[in-house]
Design a protein around this ligand. Structure first.
Ligand code: LLP
Length: 423
């Protein structure tokens, strides 16, 4: 459920007309709904707690949407943060997320990033490999600290979905095998600079079937039991993120209640453990849209109709990168026979195609459209390719809106560069 509905024939975000934002801020522009962000977070938390998982740590995956105002909106309802860089730790802290709710993941943390995370006092560093265990042990020992760490396990499960976002197969770069995890956990418990507190896994993104998650979680549960059997202490089990969002013409993702029930079933009896989660997409995707204007309709005499937008692949990369399809809705739908369009941006490569052969209500130059389900991995993956200024972001709350990342001017864009002394 989201808060993007027609009111008086106009698509709104909560109580603000998207057309008003488009005319005041310009297009393309991302628009987020505070109510939807908070609702998705609380629906997940309520599902987990009603299934009997006490006090779960729900660490929003900052990579999905790293805007500080979005993070602050989630922090207000109790979200933690799953971060993968010093930049993301800084964003989470700037949003008021307490360090004790921050989990630091990622396969290539630098020494400086580890030191920063330890200084900040993050809840847990998820270790992805043996060299990383030694790195964190060395940095923490030097700082006179003992780092709380979890070992990220690669459970060797096929999550389905797009290969570029699948992480849980043995051939992927993430985590260590179950057997290695046992060895590293035991080693870590004898090191002065680290304190192993748990194990973690994350098998992929846009998962729409509970079966691979259940298979992975069952392996994790057995691992916890084996480690405890060896006398090692485990306080936390981090089950990652990965639940899908409803994209155009795509399988419906599982309901949070079914996900929670599956976890409760798989983990029966493990009541003395804190469960952690790293959801990104399921919280942010449906809480945001990308609003764009139709520049023109290029109707070829041979038949194809190109809807040329002022948004491009630099603003929303997912279709070009993952063959993803976002639902497209006219902001002010016109009556008339539906028309089949190829929807494209102005960038000079064929990959700058949002979709082909999409049947939509009739559109004309100047009309506005909204790419739905664009709140996750949308603005966060945007760039200035083709020297197009970074797309702005707007946050709506009820009848109000705020520009939470303004569009840079061309002067701002050029001012970031410096001349080489010999030029
Ligand atoms: N935890 C870890 C360790 C991750 O690597 C990820 C996502 C998440 C949590 C959050 O996953 P989610 O709940 O959002 O599925 N850019 C791609 C998605 C990349 C996901 C990378 N890792 C896309 O636009 O589809």
């Amino acid at each position: 459920m989201n808060h993007f509905e027609l009111q008086g024939g106009e698509l709104h975000c909560e109580d603000v007309a998207l057309a008003r934002i488009a005319s005041e801020v310009g297009t393309p522009v991302y628009v987020y709904s505070s109510a939807t962000l908070q609702r998705h977070f609380t629906v997940l938390r309520d599902a987990l707690t009603s299934a009997g998982l006490k006090d779960p740590l729900i660490a929003f995956a900052v990579k999905a949407n790293s805007n500080v105002a979005v993070l602050r909106t989630l922090a207000a309802v109790g979200a933690g943060a799953d971060v993968v860089s010093e930049g993301e730790i800084r964003r989470a802290l700037a949003a008021g997320i307490p360090a004790k709710r921050i989990v630091f993941s990622g396969v290539g943390k630098t020494e400086a990033e580890v030191a920063y995370a330890l200084e900040a006092g993050v809840a847990e560093i998820n270790l992805e490999s043996e060299p990383e265990l030694h790195l964190v042990n060395a940095v923490a020992s030097r700082m006179g600290k003992r780092a709380a760490v979890a070992i990220r396990v690669n459970p060797d499960v096929e999550a389905g979905g797009h290969a570029k976002i699948s992480t849980g197969k043995a051939e992927n770069k993430f985590g260590v095998s179950l057997a290695e995890a046992e060895r590293l956990y035991a080693n870590a418990s004898n090191m002065a600079g680290v304190r192993p507190v748990g194990v973690a896994c994350h098998i992929g993104s846009q998962i729409t079937d509970l079966a691979p998650l259940e298979a992975a979680f069952t392996k994790m549960r057995r691992l916890v039991e084996r480690l405890r059997g060896e006398g090692l202490s485990i306080e936390r089990l981090d089950l990652g993120g990965g639940l899908g969002a409803p994209y155009f013409n795509a399988p419906t993702p599982p309901a949070p209640a079914d996900y929670a029930a599956m976890i409760a079933r798989t983990m029966t009896g493990l009541s003395d453990i804190q469960f952690a989660f790293e959801p990104g997409r399921m919280i942010a995707a449906n809480a945001g849209v990308l609003v764009a204007r139709v520049l023109h309709v290029n109707a070829r005499p041979e038949g194809r109709k190109f809807l040329v937008l002022d948004a491009a692949m630099n603003d929303l990369l997912r279709p070009a990168m993952y063959d993803a399809f976002h639902d497209i809705r006219p902001v002010t739908p016109r009556a008339g026979e539906p028309v089949t369009y190829d929807v494209v941006g102005p960038i000079c490569e064929t990959g700058d195609t949002f979709t082909r052969d999409r049947t939509l209500p009739p559109l004309q130059a100047g009309d506005l459209i909204a790419f739905m389900t664009a709140g996750a991995y949308g603005a966060a993956m945007s760039s200035e390719y083709n020297s197009r200024p970074l797309v702005p972001e707007v946050l709506v709350k009820g009848e109000r809106y705020a520009v939470v990342r303004p569009r840079p001017s061309y002067d701002d864009m050029l001012a970031r560069e410096a001349a080489a002394p010999w030029l």
